[in-house]
Design a protein around this ligand. Structure first.
Ligand code: NA7
Length: 541
């Protein structure tokens, strides 16, 4: 079939009820819910299979930093009871097996179009429809469009001079080759020491002949203390699954197992704090920053938690000069806290060298390797662990046109604006799962995804029941919500970090704190109250 015939075929079809973009955790559950509502829906997915972020991030050591028993769907009790997690923190392959299992178990694949990357989405106001076009030229028309594109799905590749001239192999952790990579005997350079770098570096160090780590910012990391899950422990947890899930839904970050702090770090003695931080360190979780109420709110309190981790780094890393270069200088938690397995220990290996590119930045990539302003490093392979154009990148990468042809990328030029992170004014019938202004990346994202999917499904049922064809966010409500998001962020230390939460990692991206920092439980209450108030702040017609 040629392109024109394909267009004819697709245009002949009846409009769908819903088209969903993305077949990761969000898109799959959304499809399942839409089916339950009896809606005709199709999911468009760029990859050749399900999984979203867990499809692409296949680098060695890729692992979740939320515990497996929590980082999983809660919507089906049989599913959560029957699925067996082998480790406390699931590896990428295990997560991908799980997502594939869910797709099969609920027979989701028949409504997913793989290898279909959405290029544009245009609103046809007259007919109250969205038309999506794929890069391959297929079109899909639907009454509603739901974005499930994910917050960390567009890899960020810094535009280093000479990037294409490198004669060796170049990888990005978020676009890892399916067949894997063998670094045996190679001289490897890793750029970036965020969560991905911290996970991949110990693995590459074990294989490579030599590893140079190019670090711009030393990051905080606490040991994951990962381990196989004991069947007895799992059974006990599963026996109380509904309670745990409910606790997660009401919690600050969508995780039931984190301590709920009750004291300020400043109201206890130094000895007591050291003991608590020591226990937090041994527990092995990003809950470390939640040991006291004010670690993420008060600079003095934060310093006590930061100092403990700095001290641990100094103890682990044998060479004092290297330890100093690995010691963070920002406030813990203001950039995402990493969880690691043998990360700092890796710098004690003979074949690993830390290159501080804050002192001598990377000047360019050459045919032979990486040249900093100080010298050139000859390499056979370069791994960019340079992160993502987070939260807005994937959406802005699609040419989305709302009412009157307004472009979403233009509307969000100075930073994203969305009411509750669920809809953005001027783009009727377009819903955003974990959109900007929702807890998303500040939470166990599966908890947040489920809340959004269920809210949207209930909303679509309500619209159908009341014969409402068009829904949009009211601009004034959206402005107030953006203000609320800013206030929530400013009540914490989070905007003080140079983080991807703020877009600081992508050159030219506006510095706006994007997720809602007011807590998953509080956020849920707001969303529910909006519904009780007759979809307050939304325009229904
Ligand atoms: P991150 O956390 O954004 O880390 C990216 C790393 O790459 C970080 O160390 C950056 O340094 C570094 N980077 C980025 N650009 C450059 C340039 N131009 N030169 C040198 N170094 C650079 O991404 P991850 O993939 O590790 O993790 C993202 C999330 O995925 C993670 O938080 C989990 O939620 C899962 P910087 O700190 O900006 O100085």
């Amino acid at each position: 079939m040629n392109g024109d015939q394909l267009m004819d075929e697709t245009q002949k079809r009846e409009p769908l009820d819903v088209v969903v973009i993305g077949a990761g955790f969000a898109g799959l559950y959304m499809l399942h819910k839409l089916r339950a509502l009896g809606m005709k829906a199709v999911v468009l997915e760029a990859a050749e299979n399900v999984g979203g972020t867990w499809y692409w991030n296949r680098y060695p050591g890729a692992r979740c930093d939320v515990e497996s028993l929590e980082y999983s769907y809660s919507f089906d009790d049989a599913l959560q009871q029957e699925w067996h997690w082998s480790e406390r923190y699931a590896t990428q392959p295990e997560l991908l097996r799980y997502i594939n299992h869910v797709a099969d178990r609920f027979d989701l694949r028949r409504d997913i179009r793989f290898n279909t990357r959405v290029a544009s989405a245009a609103r046809d106001e007259q007919n109250n429809l969205w038309t999506l076009s794929s890069e391959g030229g297929e079109t899909f028309t639907a009454r509603y469009c739901i974005s499930a594109v994910g917050c960390l799905s567009l890899p960020s590749l810094p535009a280093f001079k000479g990037r294409d001239s490198f004669a060796g192999r170049l990888y990005h952790t978020g676009l890892w080759p399916r067949e894997g990579v063998d670094f045996t005997g190679l001289r490897v350079g890793v750029i970036g020491t965020g969560s991905s770098g911290v996970q991949v570096i110990p693995h590459i160090a074990q294989q490579a002949k030599h590893l140079h780590v190019f670090q711009r910012t030393p990051h905080y990391s606490v040991p994951a203390k990962n381990r196989p899950l004991d069947p007895g422990e799992t059974a006990r947890y599963k026996a109380r699954y509904p309670e745990h899930r409910e606790a997660a839904r009401q919690s600050a970050i969508g995780i039931a197992g984190f301590p709920v702090p009750t004291q300020s770090a400043l109201e206890v003695s130094a000895e007591e704090r050291t003991e608590a931080y020591g226990m937090g360190w041994e527990r092995g979780s990003t809950g470390y920053t939640r040991i006291y109420t004010d670690i993420l709110k008060n600079e003095v309190a934060n310093a006590t938690a930061s100092d403990f981790v700095k001290m641990r780094i100094q103890q682990v890393v044998r060479d004092p000069a290297v330890a100093t270069r690995l010691t963070p200088r920002y406030m813990i938690g203001t950039k995402r806290l990493c969880l690691d397995t043998q990360y700092f220990e890796t710098y004690n290996r003979e074949n690993v060298v830390l290159v501080d590119v804050s002192e001598a930045p990377i000047d360019q990539i050459t045919e032979h390797g990486i040249r900093t302003t100080a010298r050139e490093y000859e390499l056979d392979a370069i791994v960019m662990a340079t992160g993502f154009d987070a939260i807005t990148g994937a959406l802005k990468g699609i040419d989305i046109r709302g009412s009157g042809g307004q472009s979403l990328a233009q509307k969000w030029e100075a930073g994203p604006r969305a009411y509750l992170g669920l809809m953005t004014s001027g783009f009727p019938n377009l819903f955003l799962i974990t959109g900007p202004g929702s807890p998303s990346v500040l939470s166990n994202v599966v908890t947040s995804i489920e809340q959004h999917v269920e809210w949207i499904a209930d909303c679509l049922a309500h619209l159908r029941q009341h014969g409402i064809a068009r829904m949009d966010a009211d601009l004034a409500a959206e402005d107030r919500w953006v203000q609320t998001v800013n206030e929530a962020a400013n009540a914490t230390l989070l905007p003080k970090g140079n983080s991807w939460y703020l877009g600081a990692n992508v050159e030219g991206k506006p510095r706006v704190f994007m997720p809602y920092a007011g807590g998953v439980g509080n956020y849920r209450v707001v969303c529910d109250q909006v519904v009780i108030d007759g979809y307050r702040g939304f325009l229904l017609s």
